[in-house]
Write a protein that binds this ligand. Sequence first.
Ligand code: ATP
Ligand code: MG
Length: 332
Amino acid sequence: MTRVFSGIKPTGHVTLGNYLGAMRHWAEVDQHRADSLFCIVDLHALTVDHDPARVRRLSRQAATLLLATGLDPEVCTVFLQSHVDEHTRLSYLLECVASDGEMRRMIQYKEKSARERERGGSMRLSLLTYPALMAADILAYGTDEVPVGDDQTQHVELTRDLAVRFNQRYGHTFTVPRAARPGVAARVMNLQDPTSKMGKSDDSGPGIVYLLDEPDVVRKKIMRAVTDSGRDVEYDRETSPGVTNLLEILAACTGGDPRALAGAYESYGALKEDTAEAVVEVLGTVQARHRELCADPTQVEGVLRQGAEKARAMARPTVDAAYRAIGLLPPV
Ligand code: ATP
Ligand code: MG
C-alpha cells in the first residue's frame, strides 16, 4: 500500500491556503487510499523567533483542526513530531550527507532568513538545516508520496536527492519519495497581495483567511480582496493575479474548474460574493466539528498519544538501519 506522509507547522493560525492546498486532500482523499501519517511538525516551529506558550497552543489547535477536517485516527496516524525521537536522530545523519550549499539554495530559507534579518533578529542555524529535518520526517517512514502545496516541492526534491545519495553511498536504506500536488489551489495567494503566497506566519491579517475566522470576517476579507485593473473576469496568473486567486479558491470550494468559472462571471463583485459564500460554507463544517472536539480535549490527547506510539514503531526500523548503514555500531 502507498505510504503517505505530510505535515503542518504550528507557526500561526491555520489558513485557507493550508486547508485548500493540503489538509482537505489529506482528509478527503489520502487517508482513504493510502497508509498515511499526518504530523504537526512542532520542531520546525522553533526555527524562527517563537513564544513557547504560543507554540504549545498552536500545536494543540493544529491537532484539533486536523481531526475537525475529517482525519480519522482509525485509518491514519496523527501525531506530534517532537513525540517521536526518530525524526531528530535521522536528521543528524542527513546533515552528514547534505551540503551547506544545497541548504542555502532553498527559497524558503532565503525568504525567511531575510525576514528575520529585517526584524533585527539573528538567523537561527536550525532555519538553515530545516530541510534535513523535513527529509528525516519523510524518509523515516518509507514514504512514497508527500502531498504538499507548491511552496514545499523544492524541499521534497531535496529529500529525494538526499535519499538517493544516502542509498548510493551506504546501501539501499530509503524509499525515494515524490511530491503530490493538488490540481487546484496548490498555491492560494494573499488576498491583499495576490503575488505572494497566503502564509500562516505572515503578519498581514486582512489578506489571510483563517480556518477559524467567523463568517462575517471571511466575507469582509474576501469582499475587500485586491482585484485587477481590467474589468473582465479572466483566469490568468500573470495579468489577473487577484481575480485568478479568487477563481482558484471558488473552484476548490465548489469542485468546479477555475477557467470554466471565469466565463460564468461578468463582474468582480459577483465573483467575490460567490467566493465568500463558498468559503463560509466549507469552513462552517470544519468549525462545527472543531467546537465539538474542543469540548473534550482528552479525545485529541488520546489520538496524539496513540499516534506517537504507532509512528515510533513505524520509524524505528528504518532509522536503526540508517545508523548501521552509515557506520555506527549498534548499542551493546
Ligand atoms: P509558514 O508561513 O510558517 O511556512 P505555511 O502557511 O506555509 O506556514 P506550512 O505549515 O509551511 O504552512 O505548510 C503546511 C501545508 O500547507 C504544506 O503542505 C504547504 O505546502 C501548504 N500550504 C501552505 N500555504 C499554502 C498556500 N498558500 N496555498 C496552498 N498550500 C499551502
Ligand atoms: Mg510554509
